[in-house]
Design a protein around this ligand. Structure first.
Ligand code: CP
Length: 316
């Protein structure tokens, strides 16, 4: 692992990455993956580096896996949540970030409910900024771990048919995945309630994106079915009549999954609304790789922290 495949300091979104950079992060993650199944899950790659996790929004998977990733690479990891920070006393996000940056961390991992906050911080901070989810904009490490899961089970991404179902409008996971999967040569079909499928991706139609009228059309013959969470916290008006209606017309049931290829895999970024966007029968079936996604998330975040902070693996 001598040649660094990712020469940027910050990871702000998949939109600005080339296919080569994405492949570079994934192959670095592949190298780190094995560490997570060792009895002693620790290497000195980021010894002496400091990572701050600055989360202004709730998180179970992303925050924990960034912390584990940092610790498994021997970095010092500090977690800050909004309820315990001085933002609660009226300090601006920018001032909070500048104060944290003054303590000379090597990387600040940030999640915020507003799109563009990581980009704003990247302009003023000395530390590398990694986007852990900014509003409905992007969630780059989620798309990378989804890609790692797909590659592991399908052998590659190019030529696959991936359907993304649900609340595309409010989904940073959908945005990052649409960019990543089309860059790596997959056909991506999106479907959901008309009110939750925006027109913003239409320019990608020549790059492998299809917008389907019906969920069944999107799922039909898919290799991968990616189900999105209904994001009630980002919906300021009614986009569909009731959750029951949503579940009936758009939820992934065993019958709808039967339209996909026999060996299709099911992904969901979590947290899941069981019985709404996905039935428990599907979520707990052998087609579901939801916990594999979480597992690969640690290796992907190890790779991202390593590449962003210029760590060394010479002592591994
Ligand atoms: N997928 C995801 O971002 O989960 P968390 O909100 O738990 O981090």
């Amino acid at each position: 692992m001598t040649e660094k495949p990712f020469k940027r300091r910050d990871l702000l979104g998949i939109r600005e990455l080339s296919a080569e950079e994405i492949e570079g992060i994934l192959s670095t993650a592949e190298n780190f993956r094995e560490i997570n199944s060792r009895e002693i899950k620790k290497v000195p790659a980021l010894r002496g580096k400091t990572i701050i996790n600055l989360f202004f929004e709730n998180s179970t998977r992303t925050r924990t896996s960034f912390e584990l990733a940092a610790k498994r690479l021997s970095a010092d990891a500090v977690n800050i949540s909004v309820s315990s920070s001085s933002v609660a006393k009226g300090e601006t996000i920018l001032d909070t970030a500048l104060n944290l940056d003054a303590m000379q961390p090597d990387c600040i991992v940030v999640r915020h409910s507003s799109a563009g906050v990581p980009h704003q911080l990247a302009r003023v901070s000395r530390a590398a900024i990694v986007n852990a989810g900014d509003g409905a904009n992007e969630h780059p490490t989620q798309a990378l771990l989804d890609a790692m899961t797909i590659k592991e089970h399908k052998g590659g991404i190019s030529g696959l048919r991936v359907s993304i179902i649900g609340d595309i409008l409010h989904s940073r996971v959908a945005r990052s995945n649409i960019h990543l999967l089309t860059k790596l040569g997959a056909t991506v079909r999106v479907a959901g309630p008309k009110t939750l499928v925006p027109n913003e991706f239409l320019h990608l139609v020549d790059s492998g994106l299809e917008v389907c009228e019906k969920v069944e059309d999107a799922i039909s013959d898919s290799d991968v079915v990616m189900i999105l969470r209904i994001q009630r916290e980002r919906q300021d008006s009614a986009y569909f009549p009731t959750l029951r209606e949503y579940s009936i017309h758009y939820g992934l049931t065993k019958d709808r999954l039967a339209l996909a290829r026999k060996d299709a895999i099911v992904l969901h970024p979590g947290p899941m609304n069981r019985g709404i966007e996905i039935s428990s029968e599907v979520a707990d079936s052998s087609s579901s790789l939801i916990l594999d996604q979480v597992k690969y998330g640690v290796a992907v975040r190890m790779a991202v922290l390593y590449l962003s902070t210029g760590g060394s693996t010479s002592n591994e």
